[in-house]
Structure formats: structure tokens, C-alpha cells
Design a protein. Structure first.
Lengths: 279, 116
């Protein structure tokens, strides 16, 4: 049967794409961020997952306010990247697996997660950058992908507790797949940062570190908070840590932290990276 | 600025249903900037482009004046406004400096300090 082999959580900012396009990985500003990925790249080379379920938030590329799904799941043979407004070079399309997507969709809805299905879905930097960071030597990542998008644009957002439960439902879905497949769950977002308002530039290192610790020792710790409380603690966009909680919720059984990195700042953001392995 | 009930963090705004309705036209215009041809059309005739998207007078004014806090107050959502900022050649540190009243250098220094 299919098995979730691990989870990877990372931050994303558009400037990473610009840094990659300009080959700035070893530039002093970027080096502490990019170097953090080496152990995770090595783990992926060893484990060789077949499928990546990518939990991310759209930044106004695929979804507009006319229709804003709380949870959306891709169901396409491939997913294209596109210009998000800044003319940064786009990446080639990412392979999907529509059959597996529909299996996930069927399981989630049976499990009372009434998600939106997308047979066309443009994926933005929150999806594409982790692919480039985790498999930098590959033109396209050597996995089939299933995008899972969580609304962080327009309130109300799903609660931290609800996102964790979505992760658990994803784990149940994967466990029901009969094929011998290795699945990695990737969560893209956070950590603390705030782009808008007079409090722009807000970063909360103490909370971020406590949150990262909690994912190892008490994974549901952050589900005690409302999104308003998370915004207070982590900034308006720090609430993207919902992607990390969803990812952690999707990791079944005994989970071991294999690697972490934390660096302030990239752009306006505290950048975190964690690798969890399922035993 | 309208706030979700009970939320009160200084200098921090939640983009709720009221804001989503108020800023719809402004955000729709900014969403159009995903397309390079639309960015060029805006640059060629800013006022006409704003009119085409049905921005109200206040929204036209804050677009014209590049008033970042004004854009937020007029219902602009940061994810869509970021595309407008791109047209202006502003990065997120520029936006941070404009909103906090700091110089860009001071804003960047504040980010570095947060890591210590």
C-alpha cells in the first residue's frame, strides 16, 4: 500500500525565484538560506518518493476574490507556473497524477472535507519554489505532484485545528491507496512575517522556534490558537504556518525530525525548513 | 479600517468580507497585472485603466499617489497590491519602509536585528 514517508516544511518568498534566476545561492545574503536545503536534498535522493502532495497558499495567481475556495485540490495531468506580475522567469510545467488526485478528492469528501476540485490550476511561487529548492538539479522534480491550496487571502481562513485535521484526512486517504507508492508531503509557507500595515516587518523569532519545536514534541500545540492570535504572534502572512500544521497532521505514526534550518531574514520573512521522517 | 470582530493588533489588518467587498474593483485591477500586456496598458494610461475597472474616486486617488496605507484602507489586499508594487519597481522592503515611515536602510536593518 501507499506510504507517507515524510514531510518537508519550508518558507517561500518571490525573491527566492529571483535569486535562483540570478544564481545568487552562494551570495552572503542568501547562502544561509540555500545551504539549509542540502540535507533535505540528500534525503530525497535516498528515499526517492514517487508522489509529492504540496500544501501551499495561492497569492492571487490562480484564484481571485470572485471565487475563493477554502481548500482546493488539483486534479490535472500537469500544473503550469505563470507570471505573477513581476516578470520573473517561469518554471516548466509540473507533472500531476489525475487518477491519484481523484482518489484523494473522493477520500477527502467522504471524510467530510468538501474541497474544491481543479482540473486547471496555475501554481505560483509557493508551489514552484519548493520544487526548485528541493530538487535543484532537476529541470522538473522527479515526482508526480498533487497541489492542495489553502486560502490565506480572505478571512475567514480555516482554523489551525481544522488544517491539522485536513492533514490527518490526507494521511487516511493515502493509507487507503493499494499501490506501493512512496508519498512525501510538502508544506510551503511562513514563518513569521508581515508585509502590510504599519507593523510591516514584524518577525517573532521566539514564537517561530517554539512552533518548530512543537512540531517535533507536541504537534498539535499551535492548534490551540485562533487565526487572529496567530496573526498577532506571527504577522499577517505568518499565518501561512497553517501549511506546516496541515503537513504535520498528514504524518502518521512515529515521526522523527531529521533536519531543520532557521534564518532571518530572506526578504521580509523568517525562513524555516524542517524535515520529518515517518518510521 | 474595518476589522474582524474583536481583532485589535496595532498596524495590522485582516482582509475580511467587508474589505473584500470594498476593495473588489481595486483588487480586480491588480489581479489583471499578472498579464504583462495589462501592465503595459496601465502604464500607458493609468487613469483610463482605473476607470475601466470601476475604481471609485478614493481608490483612483491612492493609486495615483502610490499611497500604500491608503491602498490598504481602500480595500486593497496585499497579495494583489504586490502586483501593482511590481509595476512601480518597489520590492517588499520598499513597501515596508513606505508603511512604517522608515528609510529602506533602516527597515532592512530592523529585519536583520530580528534575527539576533
Amino acid at each position: 500500500m501507499a506510504k507517507i514517508v515524510g514531510g518537508i516544511t519550508t518558507s517561500h518568498v518571490p525573491a527566492i525565484g529571483r535569486a535562483i534566476a540570478q544564481n545568487l545561492q552562494q551570495d552572503p545574503y542568501w547562502k544561509p538560506f540555500f545551504d539549509g536545503f542540502a540535507p533535505v536534498q540528500k534525503w530525497l535522493d535516498e528515499v526517492k518518493p514517487d508522489v509529492a502532495i504540496v500544501i501551499y497558499n495561492d497569492h492571487g495567481l490562480n484564484f481571485f476574490l470572485d471565487k475563493m475556495p477554502t481548500f482546493a485540490v488539483g486534479a490535472a495531468a500537469q500544473y503550469c507556473n505563470a507570471d505573477e506580475g513581476w516578470g520573473i522567469p517561469t518554471l516548466p510545467p509540473f507533472a500531476g497524477d489525475a487518477e491519484l488526485s481523484w482518489r484523494l478528492i473522493n477520500s477527502l469528501v467522504a471524510d467530510e472535507f468538501d474541497i474544491t476540485t481543479c482540473q486547471e490550476m496555475l501554481v505560483d511561487h509557493a508551489f514552484s519554489l519548493p520544487m526548485k529548492l528541493l530538487w535543484p538539479e532537476h529541470e522538473t522534480p522527479p515526482v508526480r505532484t498533487i497541489p492542495v491550496c489553502i486560502n490565506t487571502v480572505q478571512y475567514p481562513l480555516p482554523s489551525a485545528a481544522r488544517c491539522y485535521k485536513l492533514g490527518e484526512a490526507i494521511a487516511r486517504a493515502v493509507a487507503s491507496w493499494p499501490e506501493e507508492l512512496k508519498v512525501v508531503v510538502i508544506g510551503s509557507g511562513g514563518l513569521s512575517h508581515q508585509l502590510d500595515g504599519e507593523r510591516a516587518g514584524f518577525i517573532n523569532k521566539a514564537f517561530d522556534l517554539q512552533f518548530m519545536d512543537s512540531l517535533s514534541t507536541a504537534p498539535k500545540w499551535a492548534t490551540q490558537y485562533s487565526n487572529e492570535e496567530l496573526v498577532e504572534q506571527t504577522g499577517t502572512q505568518g499565518v501561512e504556518l497553517l501549511m506546516w500544521l496541515t503537513t504535520r497532521g498528514a504524518l502518521p505514526g512515529e515521526v522523527v525530525e531529521r533536519h531543520r534550518n532557521y534564518h532571518i531574514p530572506i526578504s521580509n520573512t523568517a525562513a524555516g525548513l524542517m524535515l520529518f521522517e515517518c518510521r | 479600517m474595518t476589522q474582524a470582530s474583536g481583532f485589535n493588533v496595532p498596524g495590522t489588518y485582516l482582509f475580511d468580507g467587508d474589505m473584500a467587498m470594498k476593495g473588489y474593483a481595486l483588487n480586480k485591477m491588480c489581479f489583471s497585472f499578472n498579464d504583462a500586456a495589462n501592465r503595459q496598458a496601465f502604464a500607458a494610461d493609468e487613469a483610463g485603466y482605473c476607470r475601466r475597472y470601476g475604481l471609485n474616486a478614493e481608490q483612483c486617488r491612492v493609486v495615483h499617489e502610490r499611497d500604500v496605507l491608503g491602498l490598504l484602507a481602500a480595500g486593497g489586499n496585499v497579495y494583489y497590491l504586490a502586483k501593482f508594487a511590481g509595476i512601480l519597481g518597489l520590492d517588499v522592503q520598499d513597501l515596508g519602509a513606505l508603511q512604517t515611515g522608515m528609510s529602506k536602510e533602516a527597515f532592512k536593518q530592523m529585519l536583520l536585528e530580528a534575527g539576533k
